[in-house]
Ligand binder design. Structure first.
Ligand code: S3P
Length: 170
């Protein structure tokens, strides 16, 4: 099946954006970009190293540049954002202007934290549980600006989520 959809997945670290995007790639046949991976490939550096040595503001600049490149891809596209990408107003504008439908994958903090703890991905902004929880709470009102809101209920895996999104959107 090939559907010319343009979807941008947002949500907190550990919610499963990248895994859901992988399934949506298979379902739709569209190209997929993982923003964090793009940043690592183009810079030749690990995200954690960029954030730790250059700071979060520099990382956000690099992230916006990578986002512009990814959004320039024409046609169908599945884009998994980093957890902070959507929180930057200029990034939201770019995503909207380039014709993407944004989807917020929402889950509880404890669910995200569980995944963060058991993931191999290094997340400098989630080394401390209390700080991560504060960030999670601050960001809810910004994530909810996305076009679509998908509530990740307990027991749903990334395959189920992708299929439910596809059933509703395609
Ligand atoms: C970040 C989330 C990370 C990554 C970076 C910053 C954030 O992506 O972009 O560590 O600000 O929430 P994931 O959401 O894929 O972990």
């Amino acid at each position: 099946m090939k559907n010319e959809v343009r979807l941008a997945l947002t949500g907190f670290m550990g919610v499963g954006k990248s895994s859901v995007a992988r399934h949506l790639e298979h379902i739709t046949g569209c190209r997929r970009f993982d923003l964090d991976s793009l940043i690592e490939e183009t810079s030749g550096r690990r995200l954690a190293e960029i954030i730790d040595s250059d700071g979060i503001n520099k990382f956000r600049e690099i992230e916006t540049a990578a986002l512009k490149n990814a959004l320039d891809a024409g046609g169908g596209c599945i884009l998994s954002l980093g957890g902070g990408t959507w929180t930057v107003a200029a990034n939201r504008e770019l995503i909207i202007t380039k014709g993407f439908t944004s989807i917020w994958l929402e889950s509880s903090f404890e669910h995200c934290w569980f995944n963060i703890k058991f993931s191999r991905k290094e997340r400098p902004l989630a080394r401390d549980k209390e700080k991560a929880k504060k960030l999670f709470e601050e960001r809810q009102r910004i994530y909810c600006l996305a076009d679509w809101h998908f509530l990740v209920r307990p027991g749903l895996n990334s395959y189920d989520i992708a299929h439910q999104i596809a059933d509703q959107l395609l």
